[in-house]
Design a protein around this ligand. Sequence first.
Ligand SMILES: [Zn+2]
Length: 859
Amino acid sequence: MRTETPVSVQLSDYKPYPFEIEQVNLRFDLDPDATKVRSELKVRRTGGAGDALVLDGEGLTLRSISIDGQALDASCYEQTDKALIIASVPDVFTLVTEVEIAPSQNTALSGLYMSGGRFCTQCESTGFRRITFYPDRPDVMSAFHVWMAADKATYPILLSNGTPGETGELDDGRHYAVWDDPHKKPSYLFALCAGDYDVYRDSFTTMNGDEIALAIHVDKGDADRAAWAMDSLKRSMTWDEQTYGRAYDLGVFNIVAVRDFNFGAMENKGLNVFNSAYVLADEATATDADFEAIESIVAHEYFHNWTGNRITCRDWFQLCLKEGLTVFRDQNFSADMRSRPVQRIKDVIRLRARQFAEDAGPLAHSVRPDHYGSIDNLYTATVYEKGAELIGMLRRMIGEELYRKGMDLYFERHDGQAVTIEDFYKCFEDVTGEDFTQFRLWYAQAGTPEVTVEENWKPETREIEITLKQKTPPTPGQPVKKPVPIPLEMALLDEEGNLAEWTTILEDEDVTLTMEMPDTVTEPPLVSVNRDFTAPIRLNRSLTREQRLAMVRMETDPFNQWDAVQTLVKDEILALSEGSQAEPDDALVTALAGAVEQAVDDPAFAALLTRLPEVGEMFLERQPADAVALNAARKKLQSALAAKLSGFSAETLGKPTPAPFDPGAEQAGIRALRTAMIVLLGVSPDAGAADTLRGLYNNATNMTERLAALRAYTVQKGGKANEALADFEQTWKDNPLVMDKWFALQATTGDAETIKTLAAHPAFDLRNPNRVRSVVAAFTMQNLAAFHAPDGSGYQAVEEIILKADKANPALGARLLTAFEQWRILEPQAKAAAEATLKRLQSAGLSSNAADIVARALG
Ligand SMILES: [Zn+2]
């Protein structure tokens, strides 16, 4: 097999489609090995008279083609491996094509495929062209009418977008159903599911008084485990009405849980398809993190109904228009459901770990790129997470009220359209009278801006002078950057609290602020910058350890207080990893333990304070990055903290866990602190820690604590916890989602040999993305010391698996390869081994998706 060279697509090449598709009528005769798809398109020319009709289509066997009832002669059209081209067509006509596809052979999980013996689809971004010939681009929006038939016994439930219509019986035990979607939509939002499911039903009355039938379709026997997803859905519907004034617009809302799925979930109009990991949960099988993820992903997909579906993207370069905005919406929903400061900290941890790393490496790209090699590779932390931060900055700069006015105008002006970032910002320009040209640079420039803060205290005049300077480092293809507007919430603090609070928008390269303090202030106040992480930037400050400790004590902003702790901890880990310090500083460990104990009334926050930065989060702090040394240093500090908190830990874990179980924020916070103590027991020097953990594992009444105890026990036993791991496997071998946790636990605590053992396990399945990720992604993203082992053993362990996964499923293969993005900043031995691996992969015949990632990584 030859490696395909990815062809670059340019934003500047955009041209509107020269035809309108007024109506789409689809007929599906479903069969796993030979599904027939008949498509009838009502077409009207909107472009030039000479324009040919070009339809996308991949892997389709064309059975017939006709225009206005007249079969087309083979000389009238051309079929390539990617398209169907009809050179000469009338201005208004009906095109009918019949194709055959084999869902059972579809391992890419894009288009129509089988999962667990059921039919399902995934069309974003370019899956619809694997179902039928169509202009498969988001700016072609049409009304879809679907007729589908299948064997009734095997596939009793037939679902598609919109509103259910007629159903009936056919010959040979088959039956049919009709679905009509009154809302015009692009093809990427098409969905079809057919199979035998258990259904969890409920209903919702909208603010307009409409009654909506809600249903979640799951595996047989799993219906009760969909209760939390349903509860999350109803809360999302209420929240979008109250916060954005948006109500649901169809009589039914269906969710289908699918085991084999490339993504988290998909927002198809009226028929969301979910990775079953983000639907099914109960206390025995799911952790609090699972419950939290389900709540936020259900909300995310639901919110897309307005930000994505009713108003969609003109082209895939505008992906952040729907994703950044919708992530921003789901983050705020979660913050309203739980603790706002804790949610903010978690969002920033994810942003820094994933997006900042992406921004600093060879795969860096802007939030709205101006070119791409492979569309599937655009679904990145930059588009999603940084895209969300940009909306957050917009809202801070113009205030809540104008933000809402701008959104209202956006919904009103662009409903039913496919639009651009410029269209979105025009709405905010119209409601504020301001110009967002400079702000939009955030969408065009890659890289994380660095803001340097310099302070100068003049005791004689009691003036503090604060100089802020911004600089964005060069990224691939963008050597020179312009200044961007950076909104910074700031404050001056002393022991009593806030002396002043304000927002500075740093628009130029630098700015100097001078503030005069009242007579009562004789000491230089502390400067608190980027409170609540108002802007997605890196801060450069040369503060002494004393100043940083004072920051931990005096900060009034919860985010900055947590961040002050993180900064101290990062410095300590660096010093330990570089050997400039042999043992953790006892004063620091005492201060850290003190902060945890003081925060006990907000247990979720206290738990976050015990969390030391992961090895990957340290990579950007000092380079070259030595994963092995950083991991050892981190463990040393963690172990010291465990010793210091041993009394507090015993007290926390000595209390009974909350019962009866409730997945809500209050109990989850208590369990988060208990779990944090369990994590520390895993590295505790205390001789009895292993026995304590074994006891906690045996007696746990929920998966959150059971899994944490098993993991910590495995760490405490140096990876040799075979008997406990076997017990867990025996208990859960029939539950694939729990078994994913079992695989991931070992992949994150073991070494290269562990990966080989797991890949040889009979339950390891290359065709199931969740299972592959639970081994490979868990290892490469959360076990960096073993993955970046200097002898290259970690790379070797995953190389073969990634190659095989890529052959079956290119989107999965490419995603796994992004783990190599930081290879250039590694210490010399690991760097050489990583480069050699990437070069071997490059010549091994990768899919075009994967080849795009490797080519960019090698640069
Ligand atoms: Zn989304």
